[in-house]
Design a protein around this ligand. Structure first.
Ligand code: TXA
Ligand code: MG
Length: 319
């Protein structure tokens, strides 16, 4: 499959119902024409994604979503004025134009305007929304570069639009407007604190994670690594393993007892944005090491730290 930066080629392939990997500021998406049921089927097949797990649809303006019968409630519009294009996804009432297979039969649809210039240019050329889950096999680590996509789903896509390394590096925050008070469904690129500040009132927390899907996107086991990953203060676990066979994902700290090459310090200066940007690549690299366990610190529970902890916690859940 070709890799390139040609949005005209990408647009043509999407129009024909082919799959195109698209860069966004969060992670790469596996894109298909959301109005084309067969294209959407291909997305589920390529990812081996269970069909009860719905897809986010992407476009470049709110006006286009409105033209497809999708209205944002007032509070969502207030957020969108500040955070879109950007790493925020809105779950709102669905429109009959959106095929069942996109929403997995739900009465709600998830929409996002991604903040990546190349993909915004692509979306501007299209008169349909692009359904795009993260471009990884279901349950695995999300891709933050074209190379990551190529390694895992290269054979499944007609084209990889290469937009460089993802600047946010962690998926969008998902917020639902189906209840009286908005509810965060997934922590992500826009911190909860910023949402609360803008709205001027608290929001509801995500429902508890579950192995038995009670709500879409709430599968606890996700971001699976080959090696066991323990999400806890590494100091509590260092003594249990051969230090040569431990990998560590830390915020700022280096661990003298562990080989330097086995350590992934995500931000020496303590910047949670930098840490989020580097997280998934570090998880992939750690997984390639010849080791027995990955120890991952708990990040400060503020700002993007909540999203980082969410991903590490899901990666740590035993199968
Ligand atoms: O940053 C992102 O959001 C990336 C980029 C490509 O946009 N996309 C992404 O998609 O992370 P995916 O499919 O990996 O995760 C989307 C999550 C899933 O957990 C899904 O269950 C949830 O969004 N979701 C999608 N539609 C929904 C709906 N109608 N109601 C509730 N949750 C929904
Ligand atoms: Mg995903």
């Amino acid at each position: 499959m070709p890799v390139g930066t040609d949005i005209a080629v990408a647009a043509q392939l999407l129009e024909k119902g082919e799959l195109v990997a698209i860069p966004t500021e969060t992670v790469y998406g596996l894109g298909g024409n959301a109005f084309n049921t067969e294209a959407v089927m291909k997305i589920y097949e390529a990812k081996q994604r269970p069909q009860f797990n719905p897809l986010i649809i992407h476009s470049n303006t709110l006006e286009k979503f409105e033209s497809w019968g999708i209205q944002l409630p007032v509070e969502a519009l207030r957020l969108a004025a500040v955070f879109s294009p950007g790493p925020l996804t809105y779950v709102v009432a669905r429109s009959p134009l959106i095929p069942d297979i996109v929403t997995a039969g739900n009465d709600a649809v998830a929409i996002r305007i991604p903040g990546h210039p190349l993909t915004l240019g692509l979306l501007a050329r299209l008169d349909f929304p692009v359904a795009a889950p993260s471009a990884n096999p279901s349950g695995f680590i999300s891709p933050t570069s074209a190379k990551h996509v190529e390694e895992q789903l290269g054979n499944q896509v007609a084209y990889i639009l290469d937009g460089g390394a993802c600047k946010v590096g962690i998926e969008s925050t998902i917020i639902s407007f189906l209840e009286d008070t908005p509810r965060i469904l997934r922590y992500g690129g826009i911190p909860e604190e910023e949402i609360i500040k803008l709205l001027g009132h608290p929001v509801q927390p995500p429902p508890p994670a579950s192995q038995n899907v009670i709500a879409p996107g709430m599968l606890s086991r996700h971001y699976a690594s080959k090696h066991q990953l323990i999400h806890d203060d590494p100091a509590h676990h260092l003594g249990k393993y051969n230090p040569e066979r431990i990998g560590i994902i830390s915020f700022q700290t280096t661990y003298p007892a562990i080989p330097f090459n086995n350590q992934f310090v995500l931000s020496e200066t303590g910047d949670l944005h930098e840490a989020a940007r580097k997280l998934f690549a570090a998880m992939r690299e750690a997984d390639k090491l010849d080791i027995d366990v990955i120890l991952a610190e708990r990040f400060p529970p503020r700002g993007l730290g909540n999203a980082i902890n969410d991903r590490l916690r899901r990666a740590s859940v035993a199968e």
